[in-house]
Design a protein around this ligand. Sequence first.
Ligand code: 2U9
Length: 363
Amino acid sequence: MVARGWADNARYSVPMTSEEAIAQLTLIRSEAASQAAAAESSERLRELEIIHLGRKSPMAAIGRSLREFPPEARRQVGQAANEARNVVEQAIASKLNELESSESATRLEAQSVDVTLPGRRPARGSIHPLTQVLDEIIDTFVGLGFKVAEGPVVETEYYNFEALNFPADHPALSMHDTFYLDDNGAAEPLLLRTHTSPMQIRLMESHAPPLYVVIPGLCCRRDEIDANHLAVFNQIEGLAVDEGISFADLKGTLEIFAKNMFGPGLRVRMHPSFFPFTEPSAEVYVSCFACDGSGCPTCRGEGWIEIMGAGMVHPNVFRAAGYPPGITGFAFGMGIERIAKLRYSVSDLRSFYDNDLRFLAAF
Ligand code: 2U9
């Protein structure tokens, strides 16, 4: 039967008989199926989908012209169009499936890992020499029953100076010249602490005696930087407060520390000195661990090396902290960088902060 319909795209915008439409569909169906089978990529298949099944495809045009055919022809053309669409969809889908699995196999192949190759060893860091020395110092004092505490680097003038018995115009203050913060209306000037001693005052305010504590931490002074001085450095200070604590307890404690740090055979000597917060005060020396006291370049020919300062806590300091009259205690303080410099025979303190891996790898 010759029944006419219309195909409305450029190629097929001519009236068609149902036979012509069915012939067209058969042609589209076989062409599209063989194009799909020959496709080499999923992109090409998506392109074929648009060409053969899309809104502007000849197949869609025939579909739109169905209503122009009489019922019997419409049924035949419609059935042929459905079959053609199913065949083309099926051909595209199965090729897509095939391509995707081979594309993913190629991808997996490219990403595969040879587990038999030797591993790459990650570069490992090490503990900074200053941290190593600090840990060793802390270990000794913890072994003797001291606790460890830390406090703020930003302090008030009261805790950094006044409570520690620094008279307002005393020359000892010049050794403690430091950096002040913009006060922003604070009741009291704020500064970067010059020693960790303020924290001992804070601890005494909140803890009744007995007190055995070491306090490590960052300190700042307005110093010219050279091989022996840094403007930002680390200290560890100790405080022991108990009934009947004597200078002998101080010396015995420091001897244990010095022998642990520099060697069991060395001797400890104390020289009179002055600090506002201790009375009496002393500089603490160890016999030179390089020449055992006979004099060498390490001890600049003196036979002795200064390692820290110490003394018996001044009664004014106990008073400021609110401790009872008659209580006794000792205190000491040392620079971590200085101890590490001596311990490892480093000639310049700045090496600890250069971040030169060749230097740091030596520890
Ligand atoms: C309180 C009472 C006493 C801490 C002390 C020193 C002696 C000392 C220096 C060593 C090298 C500082 O880093 S350094 O320049 N320190 O000589 N420090 S006694 O005395 C205290 C601390 C707190 C309440």
